[in-house]
Design a protein around this ligand. Structure first.
Ligand code: ZN
Length: 393
């Protein structure tokens, strides 16, 4: 095929691609043509044409010479139904490959024709990855690259209680590779109506150990760091180390302010939630990375309320499922931040009332005089609210 011919093809690509039936492709393959399966790895894992090489369309087209060093060789592309391989064949032809064909009907037609399929050789870890996250891999917004990104991510979960329990479960299930969970409490019977990560048998054990065991039972391929400490201004900097997202599952105001300030100091997004009785609120505070554009927690609530106006669960009560609702929303926001997809709940406060099942969103603006997140402001140091800390529920 000469250059003029190739250039002509770009004007009318649909006309220019040679399509083969699976039977014709098999004959050509056995005669020496290179057969390439251009589906994603997770699709190929379910079975691919015998003797085919795997190279996802995007990878193949990004650097064809890596897979096909000889531009004159006969190349046959195969995908699931024949569409992607036809598109890839057009692109390869345009890139200078002279003899490219696509299998009409793809692997589905290959299978229907009774031609041989093989399971690609994958080690157990790879097979587990492709099976476990198959429903994520189908989403273009996640895909294999996103799933690998989750695998490399680390989330700090402060609190293994009502909010931390569902959030940690979903983050572990979703394949977030490293969870660092900090909580100094032990499991009590009164926790179990909402803190579903703990079990009756775990009463009296450290919450972080109880949580770790359940999370690894769900997904043994992640790391769970269980830190049985109370978070203070003395250890918060170390806890923030190498963390991508911080999830606030705390149950008291001093800790909430400390986390907010630490997230600004270390430029990390904070996924916040708070619950009481039948009401909850969720937000993302990302002023650490986006100074002056989005607010921090202090922009919204400059100072903690006095303790007598800040009832905790032990005093006020809470519907068992309520922290589940809020914690799952936190997990969703954390995943979006890790994947950098969608619109984070930054600059917005989502409030809900479970009795009416009503959700209300209000805009929250950055405070230009905020003592910690105002643009150009030096970090003022951690403010000690120790007086509040004496009172935990
Ligand atoms: Zn602020």
């Amino acid at each position: 095929m000469n250059r003029a011919h190739r250039e002509g093809m770009a004007d009318n690509p649909a006309m220019s691609i040679r399509e083969l039936t699976p039977e014709q492709a098999r004959v050509r393959q056995l005669a020496g043509a290179v057969l390439i399966d251009v589906r994603e790895a997770h699709e190929r894992a379910a079975g691919m044409a015998e003797g085919a090489r795997g190279a996802a369309s995007g990878e193949l087209l990004a650097d064809p010479a890596l897979f096909l060093p000889l531009p004159e060789q006969e190349i046959i592309l195969l995908c699931q139904s024949g569409r992607r391989s036809a598109d890839a064949a057009v692109a390869l032809s345009a890139a200078g490959y002279a003899d490219v064909a696509s299998v009409a009907g793809g692997t589905l037609a290959w299978r229907a024709a009774g031609l041989p399929l093989v399971q690609p050789e994958l080690d157990a870890g790879e097979r587990d990855f492709l099976d476990r996250y198959s429903r994520h891999l189908l989403l273009p917004q996640v895909g294999e690259a996103g799933q690998r990104r989750l695998q490399r991510s680390r989330v700090l979960l402060v609190g293994a209680g009502g909010l931390g329990a569902p959030a940690a479960f979903y983050l572990a299930a979703a394949g977030v590779g490293r969870l660092r969970i900090v909580d100094d409490d032990v499991v009590e019977r009164s926790n179990l109506h909402r803190q579903i990560i703990h079990t009756d048998a775990g009463i009296g054990t450290a919450k972080v150990e109880s949580a770790r065991a359940r999370l690894l039972a769900l997904n043994p391929h992640i790391e769970v760091e269980a830190i049985a400490q109370r978070v203070t201004s003395g250890n918060v900097d170390a806890l923030m180390q190498d963390v991508d997202v911080v999830l606030d599952g705390s149950d008291n105001f001093p800790l909430r302010y400390l986390l907010n300030d630490a997230c600004i100091k270390h430029a990390r997004p904070l996924v916040y939630a708070a619950i009481e009785r039948f009401n909850g609120q969720v937000a993302v505070f990302d002023a650490g990375r986006r100074r002056g554009q989005v607010p921090c927690y202090r922009c919204l609530f400059p100072e903690p309320p006095p303790p007598e106006f800040a009832p905790n669960c032990a005093e006020a009560g809470v519907l068992g499922v309520l922290p589940g609702l809020a914690g799952v929303m936190q997990a969703a926001e954390a995943l979006k931040l890790l994947l950098d997809i969608g619109q984070p709940l930054a600059g917005r406060l989502l409030r809900f009332d479970a009795l009416g099942m009503r959700f209300r969103e209000s805009g929250v603006h950055p405070d230009p005089d905020c003592p910690v997140c105002a643009p150009g402001r030096a970090f003022p140091g951690y403010i000690d609210y120790a007086a509040f800390c004496a009172h935990r529920g």
